[in-house]
Design a protein around this ligand. Structure first.
Ligand code: AR6
Length: 172
């Protein structure tokens, strides 16, 4: 598995799947979620509504998959990051679950290249350095990593980009 770092807008990437930092309603919101639904068009929301009708949204730490609509990627994997409050250890575990469950869903759908935003580090206020460590370590330790060819960390803001540069430098 190759790990890559990019600075920019995840909606522009031509990969098998981009990951969305969604909320439990799956009905869209601000941040990267807003950008994905805005640019991807209504096909994404329609599938999210179907998933909601079937299973009542998506729990924190879990992931669901839809079409990418008008986006250049093939799929969007929607995962729900934890809000940074309350039990910090539990929130860290839930953030790791987002990455693991997204990768498992990717493998189930034959996805070979996947791009992640910095889940929970925007509106949900997870500390950026801690979130980046969890993201990188969870992906490095993922037991089926040979089934995915490429993982791209997409940073939108300078602060996250610099943090990932530092952490990935130390990755063997
Ligand atoms: N491409 C890549 N990354 C982006 C983009 C983009 N186009 N736009 C923002 N980011 P956030 P959260 C980065 O707030 O903290 C929504 O309302 C951003 O700089 O999008 O998980 C949902 O519906 C930050 O580093 O997600 C939920 O209610 C990262 O994406 C809630 O926000 C995540 O920031 C989820 O909050």
């Amino acid at each position: 598995m190759i790990l890559e770092l990019l600075k920019g807008d995840i909606t522009e990437l031509n990969v098998d799947a981009i990951v969305n930092a969604a909320n439990t309603s799956l009905l869209g919101g601000g941040g990267v979620d807003g950008a994905i639904h805005r640019k991807g068009g209504k096909a994404i929301l329609e599938e999210c509504v179907q998933i909601r009708n079937k299973q009542g949204g998506c729990k924190t730490g879990e992931a669901v998959i839809t079409t990418a609509g008008n986006l250049p990627s093939k799929y969007v994997i929607h995962t729900v990051g934890p809000v940074w409050n309350g039990d910090k250890e539990e929130k860290s575990k839930l953030l790791a679950d987002c990455y693991k469950n997204s990768l498992n869903l990717a493998i189930q759908n034959g996805i070979k290249s996947i791009a992640f935003p910095n889940i929970s580090t925007g509106i949900y206020h997870f500390p950026k350095y801690k979130a980046a460590e969890i993201a990188v370590n969870t992906i490095k330790d993922f037991d089926k990593s040979e089934e995915i060819e490429k993982v791209i960390f997409v940073c939108f803001d300078d602060e996250n980009y610099k943090i990932y540069q530092n952490i990935l430098q130390d990755v063997p």
